[in-house]
Design a protein around this ligand. Structure first.
Ligand SMILES: *Cc1c(COP(=O)(O)O)cnc(C)c1O
Length: 376
């Protein structure tokens, strides 16, 4: 059996759109794509009068070296969010198939599934936010085509040991594709599971330049998977997903200089994560600071709502994660620069009553804050 047997038959049969850039590139005089012959006005637009390469070769090369995979195992997308959406659309038939998730977890898996009218089956993490392999496998029905595992987990910060990932992918062979979301793996002690890709065709790994690589605004993510899965998703990804300025930003970030910078910042985040965890745990009103392998700390408070407002009134916005199961007293705080982290600690250490009359300004609970899909 091939992993493609799990995919939607109509996607496998689809005749993909053939863009001008795919049909012919490398000529001297490009008159095949109805582009403007003139460069756009202004800095930073150089080359933007032309459509970009569908999968920019220089960027693909840099990413394959970074992630230790072959070119045919990699698809670059607009953030890993787009890769999640493509997977759901390629594998889940509307009204029939389903994805399996382990709450609390990243919201986009369920949102993409619902947009596609696929089912969402939940096998919650344990109370300590570790993944229960047996419970996850027990929840797999015939409808489940994709099993999403987020490690390090957002919002809990916990990791899934590689041995558990391997157990899952083996047990799911022939039934479902295991999608391991490694958005935060650069901050973790244990590395990527991408080395398992050569052994299992039903494994996919999501990576992103949005977190450790400081490029959230450029929207660059990657799917690493079996060449058949990558080829399938290439059929449905929009023709020119990667804007030229984003490609150029990614190439700079992946240069030797860029990599040295990223590594230095990862080291700072990891050191600050330890320092902040200890300091936060000592503050009054803090019930617990969850151990985290990511670039954030999820903190339980006696009154998380009041702490959210206290920080907000001081101009500090953190993530209210109280809507997630098992986290109804928690806020998620991104690790910033040492100075930013100090500001958080100083604000929390300063008793709220000493701050004068309670502010009437309420924090940004404008509805969006509680939407499941709010992406990060
Ligand atoms: C931030 C995040 C992503 C998304 O990233 P983009 O590449 O920016 O789309 C994916 N998964 C998880 C768990 C995240 O926290």
């Amino acid at each position: 059996m091939s992993v493609l047997d799990l995919a939607r038959p109509e996607i496998r049969a689809l005749q993909p759109y053939s863009s001008a850039r795919m049909e012919a590139s490398g000529g001297q005089l490009l008159l095949n794509a109805n582009e403007s012959a003139w460069e756009p006005t202004g800095d930073g637009g150089t080359g933007c009068n032309r459509y970009p390469e569908p999968q920019p070769a220089a960027m693909v090369d840099a990413l394959t070296r970074l992630y230790g995979v072959r070119r045919e195992q990699l698809l670059v997308s607009r953030g890993s969010d787009e890769a999640i959406d493509l997977l759901v659309r390629a594998f889940c038939r509307a009204g029939r198939d389903a994805v399996l998730i382990q709450p609390p977890t990243f919201g986009m898996y369920a949102v993409c599934a619902r947009i596609q009218d696929a089912g969402v089956i939940e096998a919650p993490l344990r109370r300590d936010f570790t993944l229960d392999v047996d419970a996850t496998l027990a929840a797999v029905t015939g409808a489940v085509k994709l099993v999403f595992v987020c490690t390090p987990n957002n919002p809990a910060g916990s990791v899934v040991p590689h041995a558990d990932i391997e157990r899952l992918v083996q047990a799911l062979a022939g039934h479902a594709l295991l999608v391991v979301d490694e958005a935060y793996v650069e901050f973790a002690d244990e590395g990527s599971v991408a080395d398992l890709l050569d052994r299992y065709d039903n494994l996919a790994v999501l990576r992103t330049l949005s977190k450790a690589w400081a490029l959230a605004g450029a929207r660059v993510g990657c799917l690493l998977a079996h060449p058949d899965v990558v080829a399938l998703l290439r059929r449905i990804i929009p023709p020119y997903p990667l804007p030229l300025p984003s490609v150029n930003a990614a190439l700079l970030a992946l240069s030797g200089w860029g990599q040295a910078n990223a590594r230095a910042h990862i080291d700072i985040v990891r050191a600050e994560r330890i320092r902040m965890r200890t300091a936060l745990a000592r503050l009054p009103g803090v019930r617990a600071v969850l151990p985290s392998q990511a670039n954030f700390l999820t903190v339980r408070f006696d009154d998380a709502g009041a702490v959210y407002r206290q920080l907000f009134d001081a101009g500090i916005v953190v993530r209210d994660v109280r809507r997630y199961p098992g986290l109804d007293d928690a806020l998620r705080i991104t690790v910033g620069t040492p100075a930013e982290n100090e500001q958080v600690l100083a604000t929390l250490a300063y008793p709220a009553t000493a701050r004068g009359a309670a502010s009437l300004k309420s924090p940004a609970m404008d509805g969006r804050g509680f939407a499941e899909g709010s992406a990060t």
